[in-house]
Design a protein around this ligand. Structure first.
Ligand code: CO8
Length: 264
């Protein structure tokens, strides 16, 4: 970690793990990092700052060594009636997190349940520790996922497994989540964060422009038909031909040196 100060919030810790990587750590251990509205507000606010800061190229979110997040804060949600839920600011925070244009990685140890699993799915790449338990147990509370757990999960792991998870509330092991394509890698628990930060460094060395357009094009595949998706890809590919970074990338390849990308 760098010696830069940790920014204080109530629910999260924020620090630079290196020059280009921001690390957000969920920090409500007493309630297993349950995501109350304020937690999402703080995450969304940090991502907005990261969006505007060219020096931040990748963000990693983690819950630390023991638990990623045990879901929405059940005590807070229990106070909300139907109209309260309809008018809730919470979906706006989720939308802000989903709209973050830079790579967002998740380092997941222990439970990632309910909103915790949904946070994992908001990450572009999740790496989980061998002991992770991932699930959507809202059905046990007489309710259903509310931040993409019925939509993103089925698109990610397919109908049979998504139905099993959401209708039974059963958890997946890290290995099962890997086989299902819900996470990108399994690590030994103590290696989850170091490995995720190392991957973040690898990604942070790439062109920020290419990262942004690659992320956008890939996420749009959830919404667009193939023809429209291919058109978007082609236009983004063409746009990058005008960038300094592409010229630098090709020059560096020819000169057999590492490319130095500037995001222009
Ligand atoms: N919200 C609030 N507090 C929580 C949560 C949570 N999601 N999860 C755990 N806590 C609290 C516990 O109440 C307990 O508090 P206390 O010490 O005051 O008793 C403390 O954290 C420690 O919990 P446990 O003793 O249960 O710890 P364990 O390590 O034994 O178990 C588990 C950890 C398995 C994560 C267990 O706590 C658990 O099952 N938590 C709830 C998981 C869950 O159901 N998640 C889905 C939440 S719902 C959601 O995400 C969206 C829909 C919400 C609708 C709610 C309608 C009311």
């Amino acid at each position: 970690m760098s010696d830069q100060p940790v920014t204080a919030h109530q629910d999260i810790l924020v620090e630079r793990s290196s020059a280009h990587v921001l690390l957000i750590t969920l920090n409500r251990p007493d309630v297993r990092n349950a995501l109350r509205n304020n937690s999402l507000r703080e995450i969304a606010a940090e991502l907005a700052l990261a969006e505007a800061d060219d020096s931040i190229r990748v963000v990693v979110i983690t819950g630390g060594a023991k638990v990623f997040a045990a879901g929405a804060d059940i005590n807070e949600m229990a106070q909300t009636d139907a109209i309260g839920a309809l008018l809730d600011v919470r979906p706006q925070y989720w939308k802000a997190i989903a709209g973050f244009s830079k790579p967002l990685l998740a380092a997941v140890n222990g439970y990632a349940l309910g909103a915790g699993c949904e946070m994992l799915m908001h990450a572009d790449i999740a790496i989980a520790g061998r002991g992770a338990k991932i699930g959507q147990p809202e059905i046990n509370l007489g309710t259903i996922p509310g931040a993409g757990g019925t939509q993103r999960l089925i698109r990610t792991v397919g109908k049979p497994l998504a139905m099993k998870m959401v209708l039974s509330g059963e958890f997946l092991s890290a290995d099962d989540a890997l086989s299902a394509g819900l996470i990108a890698e399994v690590a030994d628990d103590e290696q989850t964060l170091p490995r995720t930060l190392a991957l973040a460094e690898t990604i942070a060395a790439k062109s920020p422009l290419a990262l942004r357009l690659a992320k956008e094009a890939m996420l749009k595949s959830y919404e667009l038909g193939l023809e429209a998706g291919l058109n978007l890809e082609r236009k983004s590919f063409s746009l990058l031909a005008a960038s300094k970074d592409r010229r630098e990338g090709i020059a560096a390849f020819k000169e057999k040196r590492a490319a130095k990308f500037v995001g222009r």
